[in-house]
Design a protein around this ligand. Structure first.
Ligand SMILES: Cc1cc2nc3c(=O)[nH]c(=O)nc-3n(C[C@H](O)[C@H](O)[C@H](O)COP(=O)(O)O)c2cc1C
Length: 438
């Protein structure tokens, strides 16, 4: 049998064929208008990404409940869409599906990781506040069973709407500490009812959403899930638990399981350590080639336990590293940060003219100084960690406006831009007036 490489097509269990093994992983774009409707900025970004050659594009968080945004500027899919909104969604999916590309909406609810500015009392599995300095997040309230049921319905309705506006699949976000991930995390979920305690109970909302979504969208529409390999916190979701959840998801016919890890308290999805120095960290691979991928060892172990297609995301930058993952039976390579400044950065890799992707995170980390990302002061390091993310958002604003990206942008300046635009977006949202961040 011919060797699988990044250019080999992949047929998913639902019958969908991805034209190659590269996927743009989800990145929150912040480019919806104040009604949560996609703008021309999103169309521009996805045109570029579709031209960039990845077989699958997964959108950033698309939120299923308006008051549980992951950030101001999120696309929102809650309730029925107006004709104008439908047309805007269709323009977006049309851009993303050019040249046989698949585009899946990542459907999500931020839970206790909702910013205080958006909602000071977000709903969560339990009233357990995030353990982060800075007071950016509100006081979570434990959901009632009726609220959990309503949220499950909101996910399923959103998935069904995705199908009607031209997405070719959905990815249910159950990673990174957002609502479904928090249900899985015993530190965040201290419930004593049917949604807490045992792993089966903690996984219940996720499994119900997957089961009912399949009923709603039929057999030929792709359903993916993004799952933490671990929360990387003492007492959080363990790798053993994660494998068990993966086997349940396989039984429900999930088409692609994306493996990631961590949350806001332990940002291992970005390869970064959390505030607790004693927390478990991802196991580094013994293989030199595979070492760049943060969750490779977990994915390799999972491969032996499940047959469903696996997508591995986090740190993959070189053809050799990607090939090492494919050689171990990983099906899809997820890529996020390398595709921010140049939306078409995957093309040279796909056509064989380059062997690696740009690693912007290395450039951001290299800035020296007492107040830089390697500052001896923990608070400065935390602020710089967040500012490093805002740098990517700053690139999206520029690209969304049709401007050039700005690799020299200072992260703290980007942070100021994002905060200014977020406040204006929220003010417009509250007064029911129109505002577009691009
Ligand atoms: C700017 C930015 C926004 C992100 N937004 C999301 C998101 O909306 N949903 C998600 O699941 N992951 C999100 N991530 C995480 C990425 O999908 C990915 O897991 C992570 O960046 C590691 O992959 P990489 O090393 O290729 O960047 C985001 C990452 C970045 C840099």
């Amino acid at each position: 049998m011919a060797e699988t490489t990044i250019t080999t097509p992949l047929t998913l269990p639902c019958g969908v064929v991805l034209k190659n093994r590269l996927a743009k992983a989800a990145m929150t774009e912040g480019l919806a208008d104040s009604m949560g409707v996609p703008t021309q900025g999103l169309v521009r970004l996805y045109q570029g990404w579709a031209e960039g050659g990845c077989g699958l594009l997964i959108t950033g968080n698309v939120i299923v409940e308006l008051d549980h945004l992951e950030r101001p500027g999120n696309v929102v899919l809650a309730g029925a869409l107006s004709d104008a909104a439908k047309a805007a969604f269709k323009a977006w999916t049309q851009a993303g599906t050019a040249d046989g590309t698949h585009v899946w909406a990542q459907i999500s609810h931020a839970g206790r990781q909702t910013q205080k500015l958006v909602n000071p009392r977000p709903k969560a599995p339990s009233a357990v506040k995030l353990g982060l300095p800075g007071g950016q997040f509100g006081e979570p309230q434990a959901m009632t069973q009726a609220e959990i049921e309503a949220t499950i319905t909101a996910y399923v309705d959103a998935a069904r709407t995705c199908q009607t506006v031209g997405f070719t699949g959905v990815q249910i976000h159950a990673a990174h500490g957002y609502l479904l991930s928090a249900f899985l995390n015993p530190l965040a979920n201290q419930r004593e009812d049917d949604f807490g305690g045992t792993l089966a109970n903690r996984a219940r909302p996720l499994l119900e959403i997957v089961r009912r979504t399949r009923q709603a969208v039929g057999p030929g529409f792709a359903i993916g899930v993004k799952l933490n390999s671990s929360d990387f916190q003492k007492g959080g979701l363990t790798t053993e638990d994660s494998v068990t959840v993966a086997t349940w998801l396989q039984d429900l016919g999930v088409d692609l399981l994306e493996v990631s890890g961590g949350n806001y308290e332990a940002p291992e999805m970005m390869g970064m350590e959390g505030l607790d120095p004693d927390a478990p960290r991802p196991t580094k691979s013994a293989s030199t080639l595979a070492r760049e991928a943060y969750f490779f060892e977990f994915a390799r172990g999972l491969r032996a336990k499940v047959k469903m297609p696996i997508m591995l995301t986090g740190g993959l930058r070189t053809r050799a590293g990607m090939q090492a993952a494919l050689d171990e039976g990983i099906d899809v390579i997820g890529i996020a940060r390398p595709l921010t400044v140049d939306l078409r950065a995957a093309l040279p890799l796909l056509n064989g003219t380059s062997d690696h992707l740009p690693a912007w995170e290395a450039q951001l980390q290299e800035r020296p100084g007492l107040f830089g990302p390697k500052s001896p002061f923990k608070l400065i390091r935390t602020i710089q960690g967040f500012a490093g993310i805002y740098w990517y958002y700053g690139q999206f604003y520029r690209l969304g406006r049709g401007q050039d990206a700005a690799p020299a942008l200072a992260p703290l300046k980007a942070m100021g831009e994002v905060m200014g635009l977020s406040k204006r977006w929220l003010a417009a949202r509250r007064s029911n007036t129109y505002f577009s961040p691009v």
